[in-house]
Design a protein around this ligand. Structure first.
Ligand code: GTP
Length: 171
């Protein structure tokens, strides 16, 4: 069982391919207002959480809210795939701006699990080819997260590890 200790005030980046369970995991372990999900912001700005054309505007809105929270000293979780270095750089830069610890929580599940879940989903409009691409981007990223500026990195590798992970918050 993985026990994850988080500072009471930190900026958490969930990192994982589509279907790795980021949103499910976030809702199990964080309070509703703490989790800023790119899908939820896509839905808010465009009416469709799958509308990739709304991605830029959705992230503008997401980052606006993140800043409002960090300004108040509130723990914040960015629920997006974050498999690309550019996306993570933006998170680390934001953390530096507010002098808050950037934390990476990585859901690195086997590709077979992800494609199986993708097949079972009706809420995703993109094809299954997206998954291996994201998995590759994630695997290439794994060894670089500390160097990118994440001060705490936890990688969960199996559905069991994800399901049994526990959190404590320190002061
Ligand atoms: P994207 O929003 O597409 O990036 O996916 P995500 O990583 O946020 O995954 P999400 O939590 O939305 O879950 C994707 C699918 O996997 C859903 O159909 C969930 O029901 C399923 N799922 C998520 N977590 C678990 C888990 O721990 N066990 C099992 N069996 N299924 C899960």
């Amino acid at each position: 069982m993985t026990s994850i200790s988080l500072p009471a005030f930190c900026l958490v980046a969930l990192i994982g391919a589509s279907g790795s369970g980021k949103t499910t995991f976030a809702h199990a372990h964080f309070r509703p207002g703490e989790v800023l999900s790119s899908d939820a912001f896509r839905l808010m700005v465009s009416g469709d959480e799958n509308d990739q054309d709304a991605t830029h505007d959705a992230f503008e809105a997401l980052y606006f809210v993140a800043r409002q929270r960090l300004k108040r000293g509130l723990l914040t979780v960015i629920d997006a795939t974050n498999v690309q270095a550019d996306a993570r750089r933006r998170i680390v830069t934001l953390a530096k701006e507010f002098d808050v610890l950037p934390v990476a929580l990585v859901l690195d599940l086997p590709e077979g699990v992800l494609t199986e879940r993708h097949r079972a989903r009706s809420d995703r409009t993109f094809g299954p080819h997206v998954i291996p691409q994201q998995v590759m981007q994630l695997r290439r990223s794994l060894g670089k997260l500390q160097a990118e500026g994440f001060r705490q990195v936890t990688v969960l590798h199996t559905p069991e590890e994800v399901e049994t992970a526990t959190f404590t918050r320190t002061r």
